[in-house]
Ligand binder design. Sequence first.
Ligand SMILES: [Zn+2]
Length: 84
Amino acid sequence: MGIVDKKWFKFACPKCETEEITAITDSGSQYGQSAHWSGIGARGFSFVSVSIGSEPDVESATCKACGGPATVQTDYGFGEPKWD
Ligand SMILES: [Zn+2]
């Protein structure tokens, strides 16, 4: 059915050369309900989350270690995506 049930986030700090990969799961749509995403978790980065419809996204992220700006990539898939 082509259901893609995970949205992946890759946080990266270019200064510390650290990165963290986390995924959220759409736990509602397989029952025909509206999407119910679990929260985004990132231990090493603080971030500002926004909602696009019912789907959470990350607007900006900050590295907790150095306080500098972090980059965020997102992708979809059952398994971890191949990041560019
Ligand atoms: Zn950093």
